[in-house]
Design a protein around this ligand. Sequence first.
Ligand code: 4AD
Ligand code: MG
Length: 427
Amino acid sequence: MYIAKVLEEHKEGKEVEIKGWVHRIRKMKDKVFAVVRDTDDIIQVVFSNNASSFNDAEKLKMESALIVKGKLIKSEKAPNGYEIQATKLDVVDIGEDFPIQKDFSTEFLADNRHLWLRSRKMNAILKIRSTVTGAIHEYFRGQGFNEFQSPIFQSTQCEGGSELFEVKYFDKKMYLTQTWQLPAEAGIFSMEKIYTVSPTFRAEKSITSRHLTEFWMIEAEMAWMKFEDMLEVGEGLIKACVKAVLDKNRKELEVLGRDPKKLEPTVKKKFPQITYTEALKILKDKCKMDIEWGKDLRTVEEEKLMSLYDVPVIVTHYPKKVKAFYMKEDDKNKDVVLGSDFLAPEGIGEIVGGSERESNIDSIKKRLKEMGEDPKNYGFYLDTRKYGSVPHSGFGMGLERVVRWICGLENIKDAIAFPRTPNRFYP
Ligand code: 4AD
Ligand code: MG
C-alpha cells in the first residue's frame, strides 16, 4: 500500500504493509529507525530488538529496497505523526553504499542526477511538472484543440540561424527543431486549432539560469484567431497550469518551501497588457532605466519591470526588427509587430512568446531575405499563404521556465529530470 494511503486511511493499531526505499536510517542498540519513502510520502518504521526482523534491519542502508509489515501507531516525533512498528521485514535489495551521503555540492548532485532524482525535492518538482503537462493537455482538449506533431529533424530555421543544432542526415545537413511552428502553420489548414508538447533544441551558448539547449515547448497554432484572441488563450493556459498545481500539489509545494500565496494572484487576476513602448516608459519613470526605442528588452530590464508585478505581464507591439520574420506588421504602425512576450514575476522573465502571423507573402519573403535566408527553401511555408490563407496566430510556452517559476527554483536545470546545457550533458 502507498504510504500516503496508509496515512490517510488507516487507524491506529491497524496492520499495514508498505513498499519503498530507506530514506534515512538511525541505528541504536535496541532499535533501528528507518524513514521509508515511496512515490508520495515518507513514514518512520521502527524495528525493535525483540522482533525477528531486527537482525536484517540492522544491516539496512540508505536506499535499500524493502517491504515492511507492521502496526501503525501515533508518534508525535515521527514525520507525519505516525510510525510503523515492524513485525516483518522483507529486504528486496540491500544495495551498495549510496553515493549521495555527505557531498551535496551542486556539481556532485548534477553528476549523480540519476540518483538525486530520488530526493524529496526532485520528486516534488517532477510531480508538479507532470501536473503541468497534464493540465496543458486538458486545457487544449477542453477547448477543442487537436494534438499535432511536427518532425524533430527540420530543413530550415525559424527563430534565428545562430541557435541551430546541425545534424548529419546521411549526406545532407539538417537541424534539430527550434520550434514546431512552421509545419504547424500548414497543419491548421486541416485541423484549425492545434497544439503540441514537444522537445525543442537551441544551441544556446550562454549559461544562464533560464536557458537550456534541450527544453520542452508547448505550442499552439490557431486558424482565424487574431492577436488578442491568442493572448487570451495563452493567459488561460498559464492560469490552468498554476491552478492545477494549487489544486493537486500542496504537499509538493510545501516540500519545496514554496509559498502558494505567491501563485494565487495569477489564477485570480487578469494579466496586465502593456505595449513595448509603454514598458520603456515604465522602466524610465519607475526604475530609472533609459532604454533606446528599438532595442530588445534584456534580462535585467525584464527583471526590473517585473519587480513591479505579482502576476505575469503581457508585453505587446515589439519593434519589428527585434522579432521573428513571421510576425504580422501592425497596420497602424509598420515599425511594430503584433507579437508579444509573457513575462513572469520573481526574476523568471519570458515564459511565452507569441504573435499573429504575417499574411502578406511578399513581406515574408522580404524579411527572410533580410535574414540571409533563401525564400526558395521555405516553399512549403509560403504555400500556406497561397491557397485559402486566413488570419492565424500562435504561441510557444517554455515548460521548464513555467515549472521553475511555479516551484520557485533558482535555476531552470532543476525543472527537468536530465538537464542539457552547453557543459551539462551527462547523465
Ligand atoms: O519565444 P520563442 O523563441 O518562440 C518560438 O519559438 C515561437 N516559434 C513559438 C510560437 O509562436 N509557436 O520561444 C518560446 C518560449 C519562450 O518564451 C521561452 O519560454 C522558451 O520557449 N524558451 C526556452 N526555454 C528554455 N531554454 C531555452 N533556451 C529557451 N528558448 C526559448
Ligand atoms: Mg521569445
